[in-house]
Write a new protein. Sequence first.
Length: 344
Amino acid sequence: MSSSPATADGPPGVSLTALASWLDREHPGLRAGDLSAQAIAGGRSNLTYRVDDGATNWVLRRPPLGHVLPTAHDMAREFTVLTALHPSPVPVPEPVVLCADRSVLGEPFYLMSFVDGVVVDSPDLVADPVTARGTTTALVDTLLTLHGVDPASVGLADFGRPEGFLQRQIRRWHKQFESSVAEPDPTEGKVAAVLAERAPQSSRTSIVHGDYRLTNVIYRFDLSSIAAVVDWEMATLGDPLTDLGLLFVYHDQARANFGVMPDFPAAQGFLSPEQMLERYFAATGADSADIDWYISFGFFKLGVIAAGIDARYQQGKTVGEGFDVFGAIRDESFASARSRLAAL
């Protein structure tokens, strides 16, 4: 299955001529010279590019090519949360400009600062067990920092609707699955129904990242700390344990070789998914009794995300390599969700 081709005017999804014209018209003086751009590998949903004017590097984010589901890939939402969190203790890139005009690149987009550092997308990048443990403790501790931010204190009091959050999330992701695929999936439907039937009562509200994992953060070059948390497209206000459950899922499925992330073995010093849970609950004192439900929801959500990515791949609307595994990831994720729910 081929991806959309690049053009002489830029990589797929970015017209450098159109981008330069818009910047000169709406933000004169921002760019210092001719623009160049290249896609940044790793993103499977929104598209991410490094843009350079000869003097400054930025990152451009825009929705995927092809059909975009309602309520998904909201660039203004990402820009809003970055703007709110940039002065806070949560490390995020600095937002630069937002463009809501679809006539420029076909979809809304924004520019943010380029954060130079390391994405730990392989255990081979970490030389020793002490550093390995430090990367994963920093991952949990940064999530704790995010969940400790008072939304109202950063201007995000109205960023979401915490009341009924879990039930609304189940309905939203089920609807997105139905919008992504041509045929219903009995396992997906069963999982959605059981999740709704057994949903716990949320005890806390916080800013929720929505897709938090090791490969969605950028570390400083010495791996001593996290320089930026990225990929905020699913951010909202809601139950923070949904972030924790999904963090567990991503790192648990890596051990099972599902294909989204490589394994980061505890034998090499990385915190295991279970140790991540222990560190989070020890720091917050939150009740862990319902964590298996949140993990099941995490598998369900990953299955829906994988279904959408696979649908775009089948339509030839993806940019880059590595998309051929997402059909299998969808099936494995729904099966894992159903298995965990059956054990509750």
